[in-house]
Design a protein around this ligand. Structure first.
Ligand SMILES: *Cc1c(COP(=O)(O)O)cnc(C)c1O
Length: 384
């Protein structure tokens, strides 16, 4: 089976992990700031905080922005459940904004209309979390302008989008957002096994997130309530968590980051071949908005218009041909946990239609030309 995504681990990556493993520190050592420096260099953000998952990064990002009970967080349904769950961890309420039918990202007109209604009703969101689906950046300039007008904060869920850009800035530069969050799960573009990070330009948010990842503890005398008892002294000044990344993971991440430009270029070459060779089939290929350059985590297609078989039949056919297609995402609010909180079908019709027709086809840096040829043949056999 040719999978829809997979990691690319080089001998240099292995050597970096072994070096960390046999060094003095396997956690809380120098590999963490080195990885954070690589993330700052790649994104252009002033600060980076590495943690053990993107879920953890979303949680401490929302906490650092003061999200709590009584607050409202908006995101899109076309995402992994973690984007919404992190708001519930903070005791906040969640609501969903529909996606755009062309980019499959947060719809700015839908956001604008929902904000106008929320303002009239006196219940504006504290935080909006656009998700850069499949690696394509949302329209951050437009979302940033709405944030200033309506007074909400912005966290970019950039789990799919490392290596991409928006305008002329890398994703994660936080030009139009408070914080951006990345995932380093093996299916994503860069991996640390499990891992995540938050980038920001705000030093206060950065130090809050750094404390929240390790129990709310500080060793910085400037943050303490009084003089430290001595050099051994630390104080707990927030209620934090243990979301620390190990040095083994950070060493892998730093090695992977040296290969990021190559990963992005390989993914774009694969996408260009799909774009050329799948044109003309009764499927919809991913649209790329001109203001951005995608990280290309995924290559999703839509079944139709005009296809003879539906998504379920196409999925079975392609799996039968050895193509590990996948379906991302079932709208979050349709999950039983969210339905029990009062959500019902019909809330975001574009997201529901997208889900009903989507298939993610193999997209990863090491997909060989032969294997990609097999994927293309299978798609022609299925839809031709
Ligand atoms: C993978 C993913 C997450 C969660 O990432 P983890 O590192 O597995 O916690 C969150 N949001 C999106 C959009 C994702 O794809």
């Amino acid at each position: 089976m040719i999978p829809y995504g997979r990691q690319d681990i080089s001998q240099a990556d292995v050597a970096a992990v072994v070096a960390a493993l046999t060094s003095d520190f396997i956690t809380q050592g120098p590999a963490i700031p080195a990885f954070e420096a690589a993330l700052k260099a790649a994104t252009g953000a002033a600060h980076a905080v590495a943690v053990n998952s993107a879920t953890a990064a979303l949680h401490i990002a929302y906490l650092a922005l003061g999200v709590g009970p009584g607050d409202l967080v908006w995101t899109v349904p076309n995402t992994f459940v973690a984007t919404a769950n992190a708001a519930l961890y903070c005791g906040a309420d969640v609501d969903f904004v529909d996606i755009d039918a062309a980019t499959w990202n947060l719809s700015v007109p839908a956001l604008e209309a929902k904000l106008a209604r929320a303002e009239a009703a006196g219940r504006l969101p504290k935080l909006v979390v656009p998700v850069h689906f499949a690696g394509q950046s949302c329209d951050m300039a437009a979302i940033g302008a709405l944030a200033r007008r309506y007074g909400f904060r912005v966290v970019e869920d950039a789990s799919h989008a490392i290596g991409g850009s928006c305008g002329n800035r890398p994703v994660g530069a936080c030009e139009h957002a408070d914080i951006a969050v990345f995932s380093f799960h093996p299916v994503k573009i860069v991996t640390t096994g499990e891992g995540g990070a938050a980038t920001t330009n705000d030093p206060v948010l950065a130090s809050r997130m750094a404390r929240l990842r390790t129990h709310g503890i500080t060793r910085d005398p400037a943050e303490m309530t009084g003089e430290p008892d001595g050099p051994w002294f630390y104080q707990q000044i927030d209620l934090g968590l243990n979301y620390r990344m190990t040095d083994l993971q950070a060493a892998l991440g730093t090695s992977q980051m040296t290969r990021l430009a190559g990963f992005t270029a390989a993914r774009h070459a694969i996408a260009a071949r799909y774009d050329a060779e799948l044109a003309g089939l009764p499927i919809t290929l991913p649209f790329q908005a001109p203001f951005q350059h995608s990280g290309l985590h995924l290559y999703p297609i839509l079944v139709g218009p005009g296809a003879a078989l539906d998504r379920k039949a196409a999925f079975a056919r392609l799996r039968g041909l050895g193509i590990g297609v996948n379906v991302l995402y079932y709208p979050v609010y349709l999950q039983p946990y969210y339905r029990a909180r009062g959500f019902a079908p019909g809330l975001c019709p574009v997201s529901e239609d997208y889900y009903a027709r989507t298939l993610a086809i193999p997209m990863y840096a090491t997909l060989s030309a032969d294997d990609q040829g097999r994927v293309i043949d299978a798609l022609r056999q299925t839809f031709g």
